[in-house]
Design a protein around this ligand. Structure first.
Ligand SMILES: Nc1ncnc2c1ncn2[C@@H]1O[C@H](COP(=O)(O)OP(=O)(O)OP(=O)(O)O)[C@@H](O)[C@H]1O
Length: 309
């Protein structure tokens, strides 16, 4: 039985409104597959009430991390605590507070959509049937169709309906929009934000589609080299990080170094720097000293992803 298969439970005690504590606390989490170390002493704390976009390159370990967090994949070391309790024993009442949308959904192909949702509803302490019905209608899912006959995108929509209907306090989605068309993607993101209006609700989703993160005004968590490098609100990243381009005809034997430098690369005449909180005076002085022209830009999230991931 997987950790997210539920046993029927009594009504849940309400979560305190504006829960200030971390929903998720990860300490020194390690996970390897055969010879490949995917997560390396990873620490992460996710506060309640935020939308977190988990970014990382292909193979960075996003799916592995999400599965480890939910007890779906055994961990080699470290600790995971969800809603303040260690995740050593998956299942139980706490799992009613968690919604999970896996990367692929291929369960119960013989079941019809309606029957599957009714069956699933019985396992949850909360189930918002009007919301599930509304989403089925909006996303044009035929309740009478068999799951096995749904397209990949339709299955993904069904998995999202299933995850949202129990009104989870923590919703975890592994590339939930990969198979959705742009219209469905937008509708889905709007639903997510709607869900987030309730105090204390938390969403963690992995994606490569940076535009979705921008629309959701998410906090960005970057997974690289087996660790969460940072978790910061997108607006904060935007306000602190600048892309600095210095151009000079003589080229650059090496990239110039400035205070707050996060990454530098040289391409012919151009030195491109990603800098945290640069001061204009020091950049002007550098440009004058090196006889270079100076350009300062606010990076898009996609730029940041390309630079940092
Ligand atoms: N069951 C498994 N057995 C062996 N190796 C695995 C297994 N699952 C994942 N891996 C390896 O772990 C690494 C991380 O994979 P994971 O799927 O977590 O990355 P990801 O960041 O989700 O990638 P993507 O963005 O492509 O979905 C990869 O090198 C992958 O090959």
């Amino acid at each position: 039985m997987s950790a997210l298969e539920l046993t029927p439970a009594a009504a849940l005690p309400p979560l305190p409104a504006h829960d200030a504590d971390a929903v998720l606390q990860v300490s020194q989490l390690s996970k390897s597959f055969v010879k490949r170390e995917v997560l390396r002493a990873l620490d992460w704390s996710v506060p309640a009430g935020r939308v977190i976009g988990l970014l990382g390159r292909n193979g960075a370990g996003k799916t592995t991390l999400l599965r480890c967090l939910l007890g779906l994949s055994p961990i080699d070391g470290g600790e995971v605590s969800l809603f303040g309790a260690p995740m050593t024993e998956p299942g139980g009442e706490r799992m009613h507070r968690i919604g999970f949308v896996p990367q692929t959904f291929d369960l119960f192909p013989w079941m019809k959509v309606r029957a599957y949702l009714d069956f699933t509803a019985a396992f949850y302490a909360r189930w918002n049937a009007p919301l599930a019905d509304r989403l089925l209608g909006e996303w044009q899912l035929d309740p009478k169709q068999k799951i096995g006959q749904l397209s990949q995108g339709q299955r993904q929509k069904l998995a999202i309906v299933r995850a949202i209907a129990p009104e989870p306090d923590l919703l975890v989605l592994d590339e939930p929009v990969a198979s959705l068309d742009p219209q469905a993607r937008r509708a889905f993101m709007a639903e997510l934000l709607e869900l987030m209006r309730a105090p204390g609700k938390t969403v963690i989703f992995s994606t490569h589609i940076t535009a979705d993160l921008e629309r959701a005004d998410a906090d960005i968590a970057l997974l690289r080299d087996g660790r969460i490098q940072f978790t910061r609100p997108l607006a904060e990243l935007r306000s602190h990080l600048r892309r600095v381009v210095l151009t000079r005809a003589a080229g650059w034997p090496q990239a110039p170094v400035v205070a707050g430098l996060l990454k530098a690369s040289v391409k012919g005449e151009r030195a491109e720097l990603l800098v945290e909180d640069p001061t204009l005076d020091s950049l002007d002085a550098l440009a004058a000293r090196e006889q270079a022209t100076l350009q300062i830009e606010t990076p898009t999230l996609e730029d940041l992803f390309v630079e940092l991931a």
